[in-house]
Design a binder for this molecule. Sequence first.
Ligand code: COD
Length: 299
Amino acid sequence: MNLQETLQARILFHKKTVLAVAAAADEEVILAVSKAVNLGYVSAILVGDEQLIRELSKAHHFDLKSTQIIHEPDKVMACEVAVKLVSSHQADLLMKGLVDTSILLKAVLNKEWGLRTDHLLSHVTVFSIPGYEKAFLMSDGAMNIAPNVQDKKQIIENCIPVTKALGIINPKVAVICAVEKVNPKMQATLDADELSQLQKAGEILGCEVDGPIAFDGAISVEAAHHKGMTSPNAGKADILLMPNIESGNILYKTITYFAKGTVACVISGAAAPIVLTSRSDSDEAKFNSILLAILMAQS
Ligand code: COD
């Protein structure tokens, strides 16, 4: 099964989910949402420029009769309206449309009407790459810019609901660095060591944490053997914890552009799951991400 089939197979149909889309006037967004509506997974509230939304929907044969549109051409205001739909429980999920990530996230983090919790919020990507044996997660390539070790602990914790949604039990976390040894000149290796210790001390639950570990040793058993790594989990990571937003973002784009990987992406840790893909992602990536957010809401 590919990633989309895996996600679809895990969704229970007992409850229709309401999806609020911020700045919905975008071709790929309309294609993804129309597929989710037409297959019965969601009903949608589209917030954005109504005329553009109607034109795009018509061009793609999306029948809007069961879909609500809220006309709000200003993108900052569209984000506010969509976030408020979710925080007031009129919608179950939030989705980013054609708007800067930081604009949507600032609305999400609003102290009065946003979707904050007492936990850090972070971005999680699920990758499926042709020729690679399993889907795996990567975080955080889109929200937390330079996380410290306590942030990284919460970023790992936010990956657990995503692994649960995918049916991965006791996931193996690789804390990605440039090397496998602690080097006090490389902060990422110090953080990785501390995170491994925290997990062994029972302060990070529901997963196993390994690090510092370089990318090859995390995802290739063969490379791990060549490097003399002895951990039974070496080369088998389910979650790659990246040191900062740049490394996560570059990995994301490398996999989607060069390795033709398929993705599903969400913000985890908020009061409701948030579908958050890159503006340039395909309608398939956006549809997969809606499926993943539904699964998270269901569990
Ligand atoms: N989780 C929970 N609360 C948070 C988080 C978080 N990840 N980040 C900030 N907060 C809280 C802070 O504690 C504070 O109370 C308030 O929000 C404002 O914090 P600032 O001033 O640090 O944050 P902002 O509003 O300036 O920026 C928050 C963003 C998430 C917008 C910012 O971190 C950002 O721009 N991230 C990168 C987004 C991006 O451009 N991605 C591009 C790749 S697609």
